[in-house]
Design a protein around this ligand. Sequence first.
Ligand code: ADP
Ligand code: MG
Length: 713
Amino acid sequence: MSKNNRIHAINSIAERLPDAPSAALPADSSMSSYGEDVFGEKEIRAFLPKATAAKLLATVNEGKPLDPSIADDVAHAMKDWALAKGATHFTHWFQPLTGGTAEKHDSFVEPRGTAQAVQAFSGKNLIGGEADASSFPSGGLRSTFEARGYTAWDPTSPAFIKRHANGATLCIPTAFCSYRGEALDSKTPLLRSVQALKKALRRLMAHFGQPDGRVSVTLGAEQEYFLVDRGFYMQRPDLLQTGRTVFGAAPAKHQQLEDHYYGAIRPRVLKFMTEVEDILWKLGIPAKTRHNEVAPAQFELAPVFEDLNLAVDHNMLVMEVLRQTAERHGFECLLHEKPFEGVNGSGKHCNWSIAYNGRNLLEPGSNPKENAIFLTVLSAVIRAVDKHSDLLRAMTAGAGNDHRLGANEAPPAIISIFLGDELSAVMKSIETGTSARAEGRTKLKIGVDTLPPLPRDTTDRNRTSPFAFTGNKFEFRAPGSSQNCAMNQMVLNTIVAESLDAVSDKLDAMDGDFNANLQKLLQRLIRAHKRVLFSGDGYSENWAKEAARRGLPNLPDTPSAIQPLRDPANQKVFAAYGVLTEGELASRYEIALEDYHRRIRIEGSVALDIARSMVRPVVADEFSKLATALSMAKKDGLKTGTSGLKALSVRLGAGLDDLHVKCERLDKALAKGGHEEQIAAMDDLRRTVDALEHLVDDARWPLPKYREMLFIY
Ligand code: ADP
Ligand code: MG
């Protein structure tokens, strides 16, 4: 038996037999357990007195302020429900600026007298909590002497149960802020941005005679991920520590044959997906679509869209459930944007729309008035993205996503909008005041005419566009697979709110015929912001040149992409809409920059460590064996074989020298600390190690190879 763990892992996967298909019904074929781990509307009604339930539901469903006097009742009901589910602990569950989620469990235990205890949970425990904030990133918001952080219940996202092998925990979604009330999380600004957008939209709708409607902002977040067998994962210190492979030679076959996308899902993966869905459904998360993605071993999970705040919480849970369930199935789920060089990376497409009284405003309407609203909102979004594309870009920055954006497989770092042929033609006709419509030469009169029918799913869906109109929603494709969508959605809401207000301001200032004014206004908007519209190939070099001519920002890496967060004009927008104070925005910049530098440094250190302690010994050993063999062959006067031995030892020796030089270079770069030098030195070292991978005896190569991780599972 081989001593190489890598070969051992291959053999154990080879021995594993897939399960035979089962004829049994799924555990919950009637969907009766959907949402059973959520303290939702049904549970609220079942566990609370009628009047209290009504009050709480008014907060949950209509956003009415929470009546604090019901907190004790609600806490009590939640506890009873959670205990019946096997919960022993509760936690405030929040999203600190690490990008992940955080929890600190407290048991329900309350001692009573000697050696006795009851289980208790008060309104105070429910509504607020104190957490030591000093070990969470605060980007300068929290002074070290003021370490306290506070969590505050978000009743609009329902409490839920997280199960583990020995019980369960009641999780209460919360916002997280400092002693002085500054947001230390991603949820607080998101909630503020939704408020701002709702207000701005109501103001605009008043112009259309509908002032008091119910606004909903929705998100459908498509989650891409990779699965690798844990037998391989455990032998890749780079995957373990950084989420991506810093070495790995390209395999002969990767995704050239385009045979993975939408391919038949392998039974072992399907078994994993089925369990993921079962857990998600119990959590009330509407997992809908599952399929193989473009790269080998890459997959996607898409839920049905939901209220934005809830959808963000749900996406955080989706990532967690994917990771934990993968472990149980002997997989590791990789959420990094670019785990493998040379194959597609993973994104998180954020599908966003706004509805008014239940009608999606990004859906072309069936009458002139609905269409006028549709075109106005659409134009406002175009204006917003054009004016603030730098902010959208900033919120997709990160060491991981830098490998993906613009890498000829994901949208470029230049933010532009794709509208599709039909809608582009409509916009053109508004802009020029002439009709592009087939029937007749009359011009499209906003508020009077109906739109020509726009096919919902146009076949020319442009996959290269970072921000695409897809029939009734915008799909923002730049966000990375590991990122919290709250950040980019917060920006989108804020800049659209600002644009809607700009439209309202203009309409307020205009006298005379409303429709004629609107027509003029939209014409001006499109003329001013059409430079952000682009239907062509976003991967082409010409587009980068053309975009530069149009003055669109092209910010290729994190340090440049986050600079707009320091722009006073941008600070003003966030402050004006009460989404982020100047200090809160500055803290996001500091955290993003620090996170970036730390990650690059960790990657560099891991690469150096692997190269020196795992790769070099194997190369050195093989080289010395060859050298010995060569000198023995010479001594014995052998005629054949020596030239081959010699050629190989020359190549290996050169590789060994090269490895030494590149390691020294990376070591120096790490000592100096500049990220550009570190990245360059890391890339350089990678070329050497990857070349050696092809040269060294396969049985001794210590790192699982791409052809194994991507194909053997
Ligand atoms: P594709 O991969 O072609 O983009 P998917 O069906 O995988 O399409 O994902 C589309 C996502 O968009 C789903 O999460 C879906 O629920 C969501 N979606 C559909 N309509 C809306 C809408 N009006 N607002 C927000 N998201 C939406
Ligand atoms: Mg999509």
